[in-house]
Design a protein around this ligand. Structure first.
Ligand SMILES: CC(C)(COP(=O)(O)OP(=O)(O)OC[C@H]1O[C@@H](n2cnc3c(N)ncnc32)[C@H](O)[C@@H]1OP(=O)(O)O)[C@@H](O)C(=O)NCCC(=O)NCCS
Length: 143
């Protein structure tokens, strides 16, 4: 399984490079720094190369919600996403969380398949978020 560790501020440029590799909006320095300081960002490594990352935030101060899980196209389907979630779930369980949430656009079939494979179940959808398709929310129990 790929190595995963908590991200450090030194990872910010490479995390932003992962965003660019996926042609996604680049996360801002301050947002990443704040999340890293809270222990809410993990990075997957292939040697010194950061191949993907996960960032989560607190919903209503007590429910963890995955904001992004992103893996470089060159490393997708090699277990990086699975390793990032395993690391995060162990961390959340150690913090005493019973479950966590993730979400994805309804049209993101790859992400839906990924989340289903990892044991998430659909719990609802939000529309009118200023994006083309509904946002699907998913839940997974921990422990
Ligand atoms: C979704 C994403 C994070 C998955 O990461 P990944 O490292 O490629 O996934 P893994 O290799 O750990 O796959 C774990 C399981 O998920 C499922 N899965 C992952 N990608 C899949 C795909 N393209 N098609 C079908 N199933 C897939 C499989 O069951 C896989 O297990 P297997 O390879 O043993 O069959 C990655 O595709 C990605 O970064 N996508 C772009 C960003 C994104 O959409 N993020 C999610 C919303 S924030």
């Amino acid at each position: 399984m790929p190595d995963v560790r908590h991200a450090t501020p030194a990872d910010i440029p490479v995390i932003q490079d992962v965003d660019r590799s996926l042609e996604q909006p680049v996360s801002e320095d301050d947002v990443l720094k704040h999340a890293i300081e809270g222990g809410r960002v993990a990075a997957a490594l292939d040697g010194d190369n950061v191949t993907g990352y996960v960032r989560w935030e607190w919903l209503w101060d007590h429910i963890p919600l995955c904001v992004f899980v992103r893996v470089r196209p060159s490393h997708q389907r090699t277990g990086v996403g699975r390793a990032l979630y395993a690391h995060t779930e162990a961390d959340l369980a150690a913090r005493g969380c019973d479950f966590w949430l993730s979400s994805t656009e309804e049209t993101n079939d790859r992400s839906l398949r990924f989340h289903r494979a990892l044991g998430f179940r659909l719990i609802g959808a939000l529309s009118d978020l200023g994006q083309d398709s509904r946002e699907i929310f998913m839940r997974k129990g921990l422990g």
